[in-house]
Design a protein around this ligand. Structure first.
Ligand code: OOG
Ligand code: MG
Length: 262
């Protein structure tokens, strides 16, 4: 049973306030077990509208739960998408503040820069024709739900736990690199925490991009020209703490760094 418009708006305000105040909340499905996938995306869009009203601008989209490692880590076994805004975007070597988060985790990602509006249905190969560049990226996720525990509709409503993302400074044209199997080394404070390959991202990151275009097409939406798209983490995520220095090294795409301050 779908929730009425007033309840959806109330739940959008709840996740948005939690993100603004860095205050964990009880998962929505505890109170509304009937919350379904469609309503969850409605809540996500309503919460984005609140951000836009505050002047925050859409800069791209992200896929989440596209690797087995991530699905296992959070116990949700279905790819999802979220929206990326300007205030979430950082460049290589910038810092996040622990105080502006609830329980931040960092994860290794591949980012696409999209040349032209991309509308599904598309195949992975077709989707790649819309990619102008690829770079390595670190995503910081920060579920608004207590203990990072949620069900599929919760994490969808919470904009796929999006908090910040750091783009690497080396942007490469996709024809110059086989993005299907790039080695990934993810370090915290010089210690290797995760190793993997971009092959873990939906078997190939191009499949993740096509899946995003195809899911958006169901809502009569498209990926806008100039968007950034995060393909989803290649490995499980790592909790980060003040003083931490996070470094992602990806074959052919160099290093990306993120610092965590109080
Ligand atoms: C959900 C977000 C998943 C990814 O790359 O798989 C995600 C979460 O883990 O809280 O961003
Ligand atoms: Mg991610």
């Amino acid at each position: 049973m779908a929730l009425d418009a007033k309840k959806l708006e109330k739940l959008a305000a709840r996740v948005d306030d939690a993100a603004l105040e860095n205050q964990a909340i009880t998962k929505l499905t505890a109170e509304f077990p009937e919350l379904d996938f469609e309503d969850a995306y409605k809540i996500q869009r309503l919460s984005m509208a609140r951000r836009h009203e505050r002047g925050d601008v859409l800069v791209g989209m992200k896929m989440g739960l596209t690797s087995v490692a991530k699905m296992k880590q959070v116990g949700v076994h279905q790819p999802i998408y979220g929206h990326l805004t300007e205030t979430m975007m950082l460049s290589d070597g910038e810092s996040i503040s622990r105080a502006e988060h609830i329980h931040p985790r960092a994860e290794p990602e591949l980012a696409f820069l999209i040349s032209d509006h991309l509308r599904g249905p598309v195949t992975p190969a077709q989707a790649m024709l819309y990619v102008e560049g690829v770079c390595a990226a670190i995503e910081v996720i920060d579920s608004r739900f207590e203990n990072f525990e949620f069900k599929l509709p919760d994490v969808v409503a919470d904009n796929a736990s999006s908090s910040r993302f750091v783009l690497g400074s080396k942007m490469v044209r996709p024809e110059e690199l086989d993005i299907g199997n790039l080695g990934v080394v993810f370090e915290v404070n010089g210690e290797v925490k995760q190793v993997g390959s971009t092959a873990a991202i939906y078997e190939h990151p191009a499949r993740s991009l096509a899946a995003l275009a195809n899911m958006l097409a169901e809502h009569d939406e498209e990926i806008e020209a100039g968007s950034i798209v995060l393909a989803g983490a290649a490995t499980a995520a790592e909790f980060v703490h003040p003083g931490d220095h996070v470094c992602l090294r990806m074959d052919g795409l160099g290093e990306v760094r993120l610092f965590v301050v109080e």
